[in-house]
Design a protein around this ligand. Structure first.
Ligand code: 4AD
Ligand code: MG
Length: 475
């Protein structure tokens, strides 16, 4: 790459060297002697100001014509000298002398092409979702994309620095890792023909010779590698066919799943806390311009919130104690839509109450009733609760779900049966308990929930380039 990005140009000392800027026009202002063109290439939050100076005369007919035709969204190449900027908020600008229009973006409907939809004004997030192929050119979505990129890298840094090996688990699978039945089926059977014939599908004749699905989690396969490499993590796409149309659920999302051998629930909780703090610290130090934008325009105070979370230890609370808090809240007059009782799954409103009103920060809830958790979690001695942990945060509720795994063959088999599943379907998974079983633990973080928390974006559909949700697979 020979040409410099705007981010690199902005960091150069202003010593009048010749530079070339390439990017898309954000704004143009024509003031008598000066024409200001702000060019943004997405490499940084800020664009670079290119100033064309008429110096009382004219810039020449050709340049004047190009400048007057220039509109928001056009792609350009500008050449000139990098000089100290007299304007506030920017150290340097380009004293521009050459302008090349690469691709026009008409501001009016022309020749059957509708006007460029991103004119200089505020657009609603709903509108931008409809033009998701162009929304990365806005301040908000450019910032989200940069934060996502930097934090994706930070995920790898965090685990690699701690001896975790990166593992790629299968996307197509025959097993339901969560036992929750929210899976998308994968098939090459001719459904139209099957429908017409009225016959029952024969999955033995399907592509994989059995019923197959898109994975809901790479955990079970990750456990097999943790039982060989000690520490592993996955970072890949996961799919859930839950019919939940909320601001926190996607049908396709990216999950990070560390799994460690010789690790108990306490180690798991400490790892989750370190992980979140590492990610938040990286965002504060390496995404400061983007975070300043989110703080000013999306979620006031988000920077202070992240700073305080990095400094304070996370509160731990058992599910049973959490219930006591909620019952106390009801006695004190709090009205929940869903009345909590011991044994119920925590609803979003309960999670919010606990994090926002009780602990005022992140909270790790542990030891949930076995009935509301997956089959693989380690049973406590009470035979009623399991060694589960959910990390809850204000605004979002659950950001991490994890557990210590059941490492006893007899107990795991019994649990699988108790839940109406067939141990034969999990033979390979049970082998881990047959041969060299060890205490082990892990958790899953929804990458989009993490980005939501850091940016303050309210809807999960706005922190992934092309959201997939019920009724939505556009682009
Ligand atoms: O709590 P979940 O379902 O846990 C698991 O899948 C375990 N196998 C993880 C493990 O122990 N290895 O999901 C983990 C996290 C949730 O806390 C949430 O952040 C995210 O994944 N998540 C979703 N994010 C977006 N859309 C959805 N539909 C999500 N479902 C879960
Ligand atoms: Mg969960």
């Amino acid at each position: 790459m020979t040409n410099l990005l705007v981010k690199e140009l902005l960091a150069l000392p202003p010593e009048s060297q010749d530079v070339t800027v390439r990017g898309w026009v954000r704004t143009k202002r024509d003031l008598k002697n000066l024409v200001f063109v702000e060019v943004n290439d997405g490499s940084a939050f800020d664009g670079i100001q290119c100033t064309f100076d008429r110096g009382g005369g004219s810039l020449g007919a050709a340049l004047e014509t190009s400048l007057s035709a220039l509109s928001t969204g056009a792609s350009v190449e500008v050449r000139g000298a990098l000089v100290p900027s007299p304007a506030s908020g920017q150290a340097v600008e380009v004293a521009a002398t050459v302008l090349t229009l690469i691709g026009d973006a008409p501001a009016e409907n022309t020749d059957g092409i509708p006007a460029y939809p991103l004119q200089k004004k505020r657009h609603s997030l709903e509108f931008l979702r409809e033009i998701a192929h162009l929304r990365a050119r806005t301040n908000t979505f450019g910032a989200v994309a940069r934060v996502r990129s930097r934090l994706g890298f930070a995920v790898h840094q965090f685990f690699q620095e701690r001896g975790f090996q990166y593992l790629n688990t299968p996307i197509i699978t025959a097993s339901d890792a969560e036992g929750a039945g929210a899976m998308f089926q994968v098939t090459t059977l001719d459904l139209d023909a099957l429908g017409r014939s009225g016959k029952v599908p024969d999955y033995g004749k399907d592509f994989f010779g059995k019923r197959s699905y898109l994975t809901v989690s790479g955990q079970l396969e990750a456990e097999t590698y943790a039982a060989a490499l000690s520490r592993v993590y996955t970072f890949g796409p996961t799919f859930r066919a839950e019919n939940s149309n909320t601001t926190r659920h996607l049908a396709e999302f990216w999950m990070i799943e560390p799994e460690a051998a010789f690790a108990e629930l306490e180690d798991n909780m400490a790892l989750a806390e370190d992980f979140l703090k590492y990610i938040f610290k990286t965002a504060l130090s390496d995404c400061s311009a983007d975070l300043a934008f989110f703080d000013a325009h999306v979620e006031k105070g988000i920077i202070d919130t992240l700073r305080s979370v990095v400094d304070l230890p996370f509160v731990h609370m058992s599910y049973t104690d959490a219930m006591t808090e909620l019952e106390r809240a009801i006695k004190a007059g709090t009205a929940f839509e869903f009345k909590p009782y011991w044994g119920c799954d925590l609803q979003s409103e309960h999670e919010k109450y606990l994090t926002e009103k009780v602990v005022k920060g992140p909270l790790i809830v542990t030891d949930y009733p076995k009935e509301i958790k997956a089959f693989y979690m380690k049973m406590n001695d009470d035979n009623k609760t399991v060694r589960a942990m959910d990390v809850l945060v204000p605004r979002l509720g659950e950001i991490i779900g994890g557990s210590q795994r059941e490492d006893s063959l007899a107990r795991l088999e019994a649990r699988i049966r108790e839940m109406g599943m067939n141990p034969a379907d999990y033979g390979w998974y049970l082998d881990l308990r047959r041969y060299g079983t060890v205490p082990h633990s892990g958790f899953g973080v929804g990458f989009e929930r993490l980005i939501q928390y850091v940016t303050g974006m309210a809807n999960i559909r706005d922190v992934i380039p092309y959201p997939r949700a019920v009724g939505q697979a556009e682009f």
